[in-house]
Structure formats: C-alpha cells, structure tokens
Design a protein. Structure first.
Lengths: 342, 552
C-alpha cells in the first residue's frame, strides 16, 4: 500500500557525503601545496581500499552493492583516514587502516548508520597502536630549507620503501608540531623559544596551520550548505579554547595559547568533519554540546598529558561510547509538554 | 496588529496551488449514481433509514445519527435508493463500509427546508440542527461540529478559524474564502455565539493573498467585532489545528489535551460556511468544494455532491491517460484511494490524479544515518530517528516513552529524509501494533474478570443452596426431636449439619473446578475477533470523545 507522504526532497545520503568530500578539497589542495602530492597517493590508495572492502563486505552480508557503494560514505572514511596519517608511509599502512575501518568498525557493527565508533578514527587508533613508528614520520613542509622530495621520489618511497641515495627518512620527515612542542617543553624550553623554531608559522605549525584553515573554510561551506549544524564545531572549538586557555592563563611558561591548539593537529578536521559524523554523534542539541565539549577537553588532555601526538582520535572514540547515554539523558521536551509555559 | 508566533520545525514543499486557482469554483455535474457512505464523520456510523427502491428527496436524511458522537447523512440529490451495501470508501483503511447508493432522477427536488435566526434560537436547538444537518469538520478530521460548538465547562476565549490550508495542491478553502467570504464570517459569528468566545482569529497562509483580501474586505463590510484575519507565514504544517493555535495565540496544546482546556477552539473555514448554510438556510451538508488537480487537463475546484464517484468527477477536469493512482487530500498526508469509483465524502478536500512523472516511486530505503533532519522539521518536536529505531525493533514501550502518540503523521520527517525512509509508515505500524496489543490485553483482562466473577457466583450459589438445605434439615430434625424416636444430642445434630455444609461446599468447589466457564475461554477465532472488534469500536468511540478538538 502506497502511503503518505507521497513527495520528498531530492536530498540523499550520497549527495550529503559528496558535499562533505567537496568541502575537504580546500584543505587537501593546501596540503599538496605545502607537503607535495604524496597525500594524493594515500587518498587514492585509501579510496580504492575502502570501495573494495565495502563491496566485499556488502557481498558477504548479502546487501545490494550498488546503492551502498554509491552512498559515498566509504569514500569519506577513506579520505578522513588518509588525511589523519602521514602521507609518506609504506602503502600498506593506509590500506590496512582503511580496510580495518570499513570491515570491522563499520560492517561488523551493521554497516552504514549502525557503527557506534567513527570508522576513520578507529582506523587511526589501530594504526597508531600497531605501527607507532610509521605514524610519526610526517613530511617536512616545503620551503623550509630542507631537502624536498619530488613526486616520483615520494611514490617510490611509498611503494618500494626506497629513498634517493644518501637520504635518510629523518632527513625528509619530522615530528608534528604538537609532538615537537611536547618534546621541547620536556627539554625545558619556553613556549616562546619553541615557537621561534623554523617549523612553526603564524598560528601553529608551518604549513599545517594553513591546512587547518583550509579545513575550516570547507567546514564553513558545510554550515552554509546546511550539511552540518553549528552546535558540534562551535562547542568543540569553544571547549578546546577554554581548556587550553585555562592552562595557558595559569602557567604561560609551560602551556601554549589556545589558538595554537585550534590550528594544530586534527583540531579543525575534527571540528567540522570528524565529530560531525552524524552516525556516531548525539542527536539532541543538548547532547551535541556535551559530546563536542567532551571531545574538546579530552583532546587537549591527551595532547598535553598523554603519550600520543594528537588527542582527537581517542577523544572522539571515548565520547562515541557515551553517545547512547548522552542521547538518553538529554531528550528534549516535546510540543506542548514543556511545562511552565502557557 | 497582533503579533504572531512560530512553531518549531516545518517544511516548505512546492505548493502547486496556482494550477487549480485559475478559474472559479465550478458546479460539478450530477453524476449517474451517488455512493454515499454512512460513516463520513468521526464517531459512530449513522443508521440507514431508507429502503431499497425508495424515492428520496434532496436533503432528506437517509442515515440517522447514532449515539452522541455522530452526524446525519443525507441524500445529496433526489432519486431512487438502489442499494444499501458494503462498498469501497475513501478511507485510509482501504476497507469497504456501508454505503447507500442513489440513482439521481435529475430533478434535484429539494425536501422542504427553512432556516432559523440563530440569535432567536436556543443553543441546544442550534446544536441539534447542526447534528441533523450533518455538519462536521471539513478540514479533514470530520468531527461532528455540534459537539465542538459547545464550550462545556471550559471558558473559550479565542475561536481560531483555520484557513491556513498548508498542504500542497489543495485550494478548496482558498477558493471558498475568495468566493464565499461573507457566509464564512457569518458562520464564524454563529459558532462564536455557541461557544461564547470573545474573539475570532482567522489564520490564512500568506501564499493566498486573494483569499486574505476577500476575507478582510468581507470583515469590513460585515462590521464584525473582535474578529481579525491574520496572514501567517507559509510553512507546512501550519494548518494543523495545534500548530495554527500556536502561531495565532502562542498557546501550545499538548497531544491528548483539548484546546478548549486552554480556552481555544478551532474550526475550518469551510465548516463555518456549512454551519451557516445549515442554520440560516436549513441546507444540510450535501456538497463540498473539492480540488481536482494533478495529472488533469484543467485543475480546478468543483462544488461536488457528496457521494459523487471520484472517476466521474475527475473526468470533468480532463483526466490524462498516464494516471495511475488517486490521492485524496494532499501529497503530505493524503490517502491513496483504493479505487477511483469511491464516492466523495465530507472529508474529501482534494483529489490528485497521480502519474509516475508527478509522483515518482520513492528511491531505495537506506539505513538511517541519524542526521536529525527529521528532528529539525518535526512540528511535534519529537525525535523521529529514535522513534524509527524503536518502531523497527518492535520496541514499542520505548517508542511510547519517546512520545510516539504525539506524532501527528504530518510527514515532514519522511519528506526530508535523505535515506528515503518511509518514517510515517513505521509510526503507523507501531501505533497500530500498540493499539492491537492494548486491546488484546484489555480483552484478556475482561475475560479474566468475567471468569472470576462467574466462579464467585457459582460458589456463592452453591453455598446458598447448601445453607438452605441445611436449614431445611435442621427444621425437619427439630420436628423429629419433638417426636423422640431417634435420640440424638443437639451437639451431634449440629456437627452433622456442619459436615453436610462442608460436603456441599466441597462438591460445589469440585464442580466449579470441573466446570470451565464456557463464555470466556476456548473461544473460536471468530468469537475472539468479534470481541476484539467490539472493544476496538468502544475504544475508538472513547478516543474520539476524548480528543474532541482534533485537527480540523
């Protein structure tokens, strides 16, 4: 029996995901500008792996392949994971991470819409726990006076593990700005001294701060296109700002200013692309604030006091666990039952 | 100028209204037959009071209202009753219902009728006239107006007249307001009188400037006091009674609460018009304005005799050949008609001829990604994604905890869903399952009560019998004692009586245990179905009575 409503908007999951992918492009373009085109290789590898894994899992689960493969959700997971790990890494690193993200953290939980954890972040967590060394070799930004690798040299390293003669991996990579900050603070340098090191730019790490701005631009597009709402990004950034601000004000000799945290690591990517994954974030407005604020606080704590280079992934996963509880606790009052009203 | 309010949520589907407002309301031709359902109103089906073969006059009552919540059904034209039987009707259940089929004789001969001056007539009399005229809410809920036009113990401050007409395609109220504003306002005055309401606020969506202008002009000419036409922003579902009340008064009426408890009553503009015709002219509700639109040559509004078969009506607008289905009502909340031969009823505001081009089949349903676009547009401020989850999992308790029954099935959630999930279907499914289970448990409870009472009664009877027997024997013993043949001590005697009583009781108990009550257990499926149906009817009537101010 055909039943009402008989009309619907033309929007679709595939279109929503596609727009999110589009919104990543400014960040990716800046990534290429500052770090060379290796990121394209890892995005391509991740995309192929994601689609292949998705198709295989759908087949195993007896689900129609075409409509799910074209929903673009696997591609989004792939891109987010590729953007979260070092581009100059053996090819199998991204392949293993993506395959795990799609097969285990997405399909074993029931596929699209049923995964409690953000698949890209699960992929990241698996990689950083299993292959921590590969996860620390980040490319040095171009024009930093170091040796630059050409595209073919980057590709050769990714697939064959061979660097041009006379070069070591350490010569072309570095720790992330967040890691550098942490290490140097341990060496009793002041934040001021550290910030004057050549790898740092205006706000945070040279190059990476620009990528963060690129992601923020894409995120603002998503807000205007009404793909995401402001609650999650604003609550996350505010919480990260407030937490880092408190530490900074308490002891500027040991802690850096909030803006550094905004534009370091995956903060901007998290604010607009990771924690805004609707499947793994709360549905209520109040819940969104609690969730995003929680991710913000934990991100800071893990960054500053934890052993990992960034805190976004673990903070997100920890708050993902809490989503059902947060939703249950923050159910809004319905029409006419708000009490106290007229 | 009054300040207006907003309700949360809502959607803006393409309105498709201009197609059917290009020409004036046209009198639809008298059809070859009239299929008039006896249950065109909320409440109890009216009872047929004519015979097959009988000639009836236009306006003659052919269905007598039964019970308090009911409305009369009339012959919409003069003619011969050709059948009284079950026919497919324009109802979402898709089930056949009792209809009177009338073959019009073409004379359109009226029964004697005359109006009254409502100011000189007692209110109870006016309400009775409305009931006999079959006046019900014409916005879709078809709730008998005589019941609604009674303020009961609540003081009605505001009467809202609903001319919002928020559903796409439908323009019958729009055209009625444009062409018959005077009578609508007179009807509003009549209803206000019955409610002792202080003010009347008429809400019309701002995409109907002609209707707003016509109503305002009529308002000025008629020198109506404390009556105002308010242009409200076009957003679906602003025409839901509770949404419109919220927009115009700021008052939120929760689900399960009558708006009258908050001092507001709401009528549709067409209801006010029909009430006026019924009281001032003695004309029962025999016809209504129906928008014919969609896949037709010339979309238009028709003044249609109730009972007119949909296919005969739609032919007058020029049906296009690739029409596949007919939607009664709008595309958001309408009903897919089970057949094109069903008769137009009091609830038929619009018929949309649907072709696959105009209404393409929905794309494949994908999993919910919890994007909450549904929650953003839900006017009841529910969490549709959670309700969907619970309905799908048959977790009905949780669905009720999440206010499933506050859902007004407006369809806004499904309209925006990027996964194309037919959300409203899931809610309807959950609601009907919950109702069915409640009825089952009520039936079981009733059966248990009956069973227990029967056991109690049987035991009581046995006990009484035993006592009587014992007393009788005692009496005979007493006479025997008087002639002392068998000397027995009084103690012995008492003991024997006691024994006998106990034995009788034991027998009674045994019998009661052996005698399973026949009327409550081991029922045939048919009997069970009958019981369930009776309970359902009772529950429905109860529900209808208790939700008196349901959406107009």
């Amino acid at each position: 029996m055909w039943s009402s409503p008989f009309i619907s908007t033309p929007s679709s999951v595939s279109q929503i995901m596609l727009r999110v992918l589009l919104a990543l492009i400014p960040g990716i373009a800046l990534y290429m500008w500052y770090f060379g085109p290796a990121i394209l290789v890892s995005i391509t590898l991740a995309s192929i792996t994601a689609l292949a894994t998705e198709a295989a899992m759908l087949k195993l689960r007896n689900r129609p392949i075409k409509p799910f493969l074209s929903d673009n959700s696997a591609l989004l997971t792939a891109w987010l994971l590729a953007l979260s790990i070092p581009p100059l890494a053996p090819w199998w690193l991204i392949v293993v991470g993506t395959a795990f993200a799609i097969s285990v953290s997405k399909h074993l939980y029931g596929g699209l819409g049923n995964n409690p954890f953000n698949p890209a972040m699960v992929g990241y967590a698996v990689l950083i726990i299993s292959f921590p060394v590969y996860m620390t070799h980040w490319l040095t930004p171009n024009a930093l006076g170091h040796i630059e690798l050409s595209f073919t040299e980057q590709v050769r390293y990714i697939f064959n593990g061979v660097l041009p003669a006379g070069l070591t991996l350490d010569a072309v990579t570095m720790a992330t700005p967040l890691d550098t900050l942490k290490t140097q603070l341990h060496l009793s340098l002041s934040p001021e001294q550290i910030r004057n090191m050549p790898i740092f730019g205006y706000l945070a790490g040279k190059g990476s701060e620009m990528i963060a701005i690129g992601f923020a631009v894409g995120g603002i597009y998503l807000l205007f296109a009404r793909i995401i709402t402001w609650h999650l990004p604003v609550a996350f950034l505010a919480s990260l700002f407030a937490t880092s601000g408190i530490f900074y004000l308490a002891d500027p000799g040991h802690y850096v200013a909030p803006l550094f945290h905004w534009f370091s690591g995956a903060a901007m990517l998290a604010a607009f692309f990771i924690i805004t994954d609707p499947v793994t974030s709360p549905t209520t407005i109040k819940g969104k604030f609690i969730f995003a604020a929680g991710v913000g606080v934990l991100t800071y704590l893990i960054r500053v006091f934890g052993g990992f280079p960034d805190g976004v992934a673990f903070a997100t996963l920890l708050l993902n666990i809490c989503v059902p509880l947060i939703d249950a606790w923050t159910q809004p009052k319905v029409f006419g039952k708000k009490g106290g009203g007229k | 100028m009054r300040s207006i309010f907003t309700f949360k949520g809502g959607v803006h589907p393409p309105t498709h209204k201009s197609e059917s407002t290009q020409s004036a309301i046209m009198q639809a031709a008298t059809p070859s037959k009239l299929v008039i359902p006896l249950h065109q109103h909320a409440g109890i089906r009216s009872k047929p009071i004519v015979q097959i073969g009988e000639r009836v006059l236009k306006g003659q009552i052919i269905g007598r209202p039964e019970g308090r919540l009911s409305a009369a059904v009339h012959a919409s034209s003069s003619g011969i009753v050709s059948a009284i039987d079950l026919q497919l009707v324009a109802h979402h259940s898709g089930l056949p219902d009792l209809c009177i089929t009338l073959i019009p004789d073409g004379k359109d001969e009226w029964i004697g009728h005359s109006g009254v001056d409502y100011k000189q007539t007692p209110h109870t009399e006016l309400r009775h006239l409305l009931r006999l005229a079959g006046v019900v809410g014409l916005g879709g809920a078809v709730f008998p107006s005589d019941i609604k036009a009674y303020s009961n113990k609540h003081k009605i401050k505001t009467m809202v007249l609903n001319g919002a007409e928020c559903e796409p395609y439908i323009t019958c109220d729009d055209m009625l307001m444009r062409e018959r504003a005077d009578d609508i306002l007179r009807g509003a005055e009549l209803l206000r009188e019955l409610l002792y309401a202080d003010e009347i606020i008429i809400g019309i969506e701002d995409n109907k400037p002609e209707a707003i202008a016509a109503m305002r002009q009529s308002l000025g000419n008629g020198k109506h006091q404390h009556m105002e036409v308010i242009s409200v922003p076009t957003v679906y579902p602003s025409g839901g009674a509770k949404q419109l009340i919220r927009i115009l008064t700021g008052i939120e009426v929760a689900a399960g609460v009558r708006s009258t408890e908050k001092g507001v009553q709401c009528f549709n503009v067409a209801t006010a018009y029909s009430a006026w015709r019924a009281i001032a002219h003695g004309e029962p509700l025999l016809s209504r304005i129906v928008t014919i639109t969609g896949n037709v040559e010339q979309a238009q509004n028709f003044d249609v005799l109730l009972g007119t078969p949909v296919d005969e009506l739609i032919a007058q607008a020029g049906l296009k050949p690739d029409t596949e289905r007919y939607i009664m009502g709008g595309p958001m909340m309408g009903v897919d008609l089970p057949s094109a031969s069903v008769g137009v009823t009091k609830a038929t505001n619009c018929i949309i001829a649907a072709s696959p081009v105009l209404f393409p089949p929905p794309p494949l349903e994908l999993p919910c990604i919890r994007c909450t676009r549904c929650a953003d547009v839900c006017p009841a401020e529910l969490q549709p994604q959670d309700l969907f989850w619970f309905a799908k999992a048959n977790n009905f308790g949780k669905a009720q905890d999440f206010h499933l029954f506050d859902c007004i099935e407006c369809g806004a959630c499904a309209y925006v869903c990027p996964s194309h999930i037919p959300l409203v279907q899931y809610y309807r499914y959950a609601k009907s399952e919950i109702s069915a289970r409640e009825q089952e448990s009520q039936a079981a409870e009733l059966a248990r009560e009956r069973h227990e009472y029967r056991q109690f009664r049987i035991e009581r009877e046995k006990l009484e019998k035993a006592e009587k027997l014992a007393q009788k024997e005692k009496a005979s013993q007493a006479t025997k004692v008087a002639t002392p043949t068998v000397p027995t001590t009084p103690d012995d005697e008492d003991a024997s009586i006691q024994r006998r009583i106990e034995a009788a009781l034991a027998r009674a108990k045994e019998q009661a245990a052996a005698n399973k009550p026949k009327n409550t257990e081991e029922l045939t499926p048919q009997q069970k179905a009958e019981i369930a149906e009776i309970d359902a009817r009772r529950a429905k009537a109860h529900e209808l009575v208790s939700s008196g101010e349901k959406a107009e």
